[in-house]
Design a protein around this ligand. Structure first.
Ligand code: CA
Ligand code: CA
Length: 145
């Protein structure tokens, strides 16, 4: 089994998808998770590349965020679109990062992603509240590289 396949069970993946759905009930922002084994690129640059590959810039308010994980590299990046960056302080994702890091350090990757997704939803809610005409603009399924 590859590192990516053994990172999360099918059941755990479903729990993360449910967390994304739950988080997106509070905010118009769109949250996606991408998991891959490793990259030769700078992790931030790679997250940006994945963001574009998944066409995540394609939201009305440019308020999508990607949680990118490189399993073998023990790295993750939270990348938010410019609609978010224009209205939030620079350290906006620090609390979400801390939540994820704490669980990852214990080897609890599923819970780290579930809690991270929910935290990101809460943070986004303040700036991008859910609206009655909200659409699920981006898939909630986990993407794998
Ligand atoms: Ca939405
Ligand atoms: Ca979505």
């Amino acid at each position: 089994m590859s590192a990516v396949e053994s990172f999360l069970s099918a059941q755990e993946e479903q729990e993360i998808v449910l967390a994304i759905r739950q988080a997106e009930r509070n905010t118009s922002g769109e949250i996606r998770v991408h998991i891959e084994a490793t990259t030769a690129m700078n992790h931030y640059q790679r997250a940006l590349e994945v963001f574009h590959k998944l066409k995540m810039f394609n939201t009305k308010q440019q308020n999508a965020i990607l949680i990118y994980v490189a399993v073998e590299d023990h790295k993750f990046v939270i990348y938010g679109d410019k609609g978010i960056n224009e209205v939030v302080p620079e350290n906006f994702w620090d609390t979400t990062k801390e939540v994820i890091q704490a669980y990852f350090k214990q080897g609890n990757f599923k819970q780290g992603l579930v809690e991270g997704v929910l935290k990101a939803g809460e943070e986004l809610k303040a700036h991008f509240p859910w609206q009655t005409d909200d659409e699920d603009e981006l898939s909630n399924e986990i993407s794998k590289g």
